[in-house]
Design a protein around this ligand. Sequence first.
Ligand code: HEC
Length: 183
Amino acid sequence: MNLNPRYLVAKLREIPEYQQLFEKAWAWGVTLERIVGALAAFERTLLVTNSLFDRYLHSDLHVLGADEKQGMTIFFGERGTCAKCHAGSLLTDQKFYNLGVAELPELINNPQHRSTRNFFLGEMGLKAMDRDPGDYVVTREASNMGAFRTPPLRQVEQTGPYMHNGSIATLTEVIEYFNQGGE
Ligand code: HEC
């Protein structure tokens, strides 16, 4: 949300509608724990159980057309090796990788983004940076600089724009990106 968590709480407390809705839901005001709880409750409503892929996994082998089957062969096979990272029922290994996704200058230099990022890095005991350090903030391993968690690919058609910074607009462009070997 491009916000420092403590600032987020202070901000929502100033908005009467949120204050009232939080009191209604929890008989208590806004806290970080309840914001996280509300987001988690919302995410639990986003269920996908009957996609073509699910039906295929449940042995309905005829639901996929020829193109889709060919795509799956590439995705899970030696050519794409996508399933090396996008594995399991959520299509993620939950691990972190730096794919070299380019920074978006208009985002990384946006004054609000800059100030939030550098304030947050300061709170974490790090110096200001002109890039998104990703998992490095947590692990402090140089090899995790710019690494992001493999995203799940459920309903991915509906969740663009793509990558941690939304820098790739369409799935076709994501495929082109992987096809050229990243950046
Ligand atoms: C080395 C592990 C790895 C492999 C192999 C891999 N991915 Fe990814 N994929 C990732 C990571 C990590 C990200 C997020 C990168 C970022 O945001 O900087 C990602 C992002 C994506 C996204 C964007 C999802 C979103 O919600 O933003 C799609 C779509 C995707 N990958 C599809 C594929 C396809 C198709 C292949 C095979 C051609 C593939 N991936 C191979 C790790 C991998």
